[in-house]
Ligand binder design. Structure first.
Ligand code: AHR
Length: 519
């Protein structure tokens, strides 16, 4: 008991000291609750799980005989945690892996499936124990829709046609009957299909003109197989970062035949990406560099969207940011292709900044998936044998759940900057929406690593009488959660809000994420 009280006293002394050191900046915003914008589709909060490192094996799949509690081979702890995030959609099986994948390897009795070499990811043994039925079972256990990436790079369109028919046909035909023999009577639901991945790189090193033709050929053999309306969304492989020419050419030559075009944007350190930035023990310069890098996605989306507007002024085609997130050096401290990295408070703040930016572009951005769900890059969850830890990114996702299918509301933010050397970022990045429960939500990232910010929001026509919320912060900017310990960075009840005279005032701790709901 004495030790506990001693620890609490030491902690409050530490808080008081850090509070005394921190200055307070002031930021303001105007909410326009009377000017509802587009819906924030729940697919904005999608996930991506690839056969890479321990993203699938150990992370999701442990097999039915494992001593780790599982349902039909799928980890129960992971499913339980992901259900809390209300994961709307999971993209699988890749990534680069998808364009080297033969779907037939992953169906039928598991003891008869061929082992293969995972060519993209370290040449590791791919047992194919986790295939179509196991992925669909995982998605169904989590409560998510399936986003299947089909092979355009190394397979003919017939493979895609057959896989789609196997999964989705309810007719009396050889492929649907094979699925039934493999244990699934009813067709699987496949609402989203990616046709090729990074076709400018690992998906075939194609020029956009060539890809556009290939896409046109593939989609000719793409059949919906009587899936209940709406028809599956066909996603064409889109640009890397600022390759605006790719978007232009694919939209011009194939835009009428696709439903969505992807975009990949990773937040990388400014130096050579293979050198990698540090996931932990980074300096304040590295904090700012990563946040500045994350914010660039705002302008990049705007520019790709402007090109799409030229060919699709009615915004029929969605922009799918189906890979995003931080990419650092691996756990080992070196670059390695298992791409497992630690996840700190900084990653939670990066995630919140992305959400706020996506919310502002939902007239065009209809889906995103963070890379990746388990043990790879900016993960929600890290596992080590039977142990599991929820990352700060996980908590950011959880805090933003009320934004799924909410109605975006304009929020004009005026923020002071945080400057370090040649790099400046706004301290505050925020967005607002009206949730399906009728409450108004405001999500904020205070990206200033040093200072608290007093954020005053003029609520305009909104007469709110009650406010509550959650905060994600920590003493150290590189704080992370460790196996077997109670989490050092987790969402906590937020008590820094006051409502008076039509204004909301939020006392935002330095380096934090806050989400408040107003009634
Ligand atoms: O997410 C890891 C890899 O990054 C994906 O397989 C690929 O699409 C991207 O280059």
């Amino acid at each position: 008991m004495k030790t506990m009280i001693g620890r609490l006293l030491a902690m409050s002394a530490l808080c008081a000291a850090s509070h005394a050191l921190a200055a307070t900046q002031a930021a303001t915003a105007q909410l326009h609750a009377d000017q509802p914008g587009p819906t924030i589709p729940r697919y904005i909060y999608g996930q991506f799980s690839e056969h890479l490192g321990s993203g699938i094996y150990d992370g999701i799949w442990v097999g039915e005989k494992s001593s780790i509690p599982n349902v039909r081979g799928i980890r129960s702890d992971v499913v339980r945690a992901l259900r809390e995030l209300k994961v709307p959609l999971i993209r699988w099986p890749g990534g680069c892996f998808a364009d080297d994948y033969n779907w037939r390897d992953g169906i039928g009795p598991r003891d008869k499936r061929p082992g293969r070499k995972n060519n993209w990811w370290t040449g590791k043994h791919e047992s194919n124990q986790f295939g179509t039925h196991e992925f669909m079972d995982f998605a169904e256990q989590v409560g998510a829709d399936a986003y299947i990436g089909v092979n355009l790079g190394s397979a003919p369109p017939r493979d895609m046609r057959d896989w789609m028919e196997y999964m989705t046909s309810d007719g009396d035909n050889a492929l649907a009957n094979e699925r039934r023999r493999n244990g699934r009577d009813q067709p699987f639901k496949v609402p989203v299909v990616g046709i090729g991945n990074e076709s400018w790189g690992c998906g075939g090193n194609m020029r956009p003109e060539y890809y556009a033709d290939e896409y046109r050929r593939f989609q000719t053999f793409f059949h919906n197989n009587g899936q209940a309306a709406p028809a599956a969304i066909r996603v064409a492989s889109g640009a890397d970062r600022e390759d605006y020419n790719w978007t232009d050419v694919v939209m011009k030559q194939a835009g009428a035949k696709l439903d969505a075009l992807s975009l990949h944007y990773y937040t990388l350190p400014p130096a050579d990406w293979k050198e990698g930035g540090k996931a932990t023990r980074f300096s304040k310069e590295e904090w700012v560099a990563i946040l500045a890098g994350a914010l660039r996605i705002d302008d990049i989306i705007r520019r790709h969207a402007a090109i799409m507007d030229k060919y699709d002024p009615k915004k029929r085609v969605g922009l799918y940011v189906d890979e995003w997130g931080t990419w650092y050096r691996s756990d080992s401290g070196k670059f390695d292709w298992d791409l497992r990295q630690q996840n700190t408070l900084r990653d939670g703040v990066v995630a919140a900044a992305h959400f706020n930016i996506f919310h502002r572009h939902t007239d065009r951005v209809k889906q995103t998936s963070i890379a990746q769900t388990m043990n790879v890059l900016q993960a929600m969850i890290l596992t080590d044998g039977p142990k599991m830890v929820l990352t700060p990114t996980y908590y950011a996702f959880k805090m933003y759940v009320p934004f799924q299918d909410a109605t975006a509301l304009p929020l004009d933010v005026s923020s002071p900057s945080y400057r370090l050397g040649a790099t400046a970022i706004p301290s505050i990045n925020a967005s607002a929406a009206k949730g399906k429960d009728g409450k108004i939500y405001i999500g904020i990232a205070n990206m200033n690593p040093d200072d608290n910010v007093q954020f005053s929001v003029n609520l305009g026509t909104l007469a709110a009488t009650k406010v509550s919320g959650q905060v994600l912060t920590a003493q150290q900017m590189d704080q992370f959660n460790e196996f077997g310990k109670s989490p050092a960075v987790a969402a906590q009840p937020y008590r820094g809000a006051t409502l008076a005279n039509g204004a909301l005032t939020l006392d935002l701790p330095a380096k934090s994420v806050v989400v408040v709901g107003l009634e």
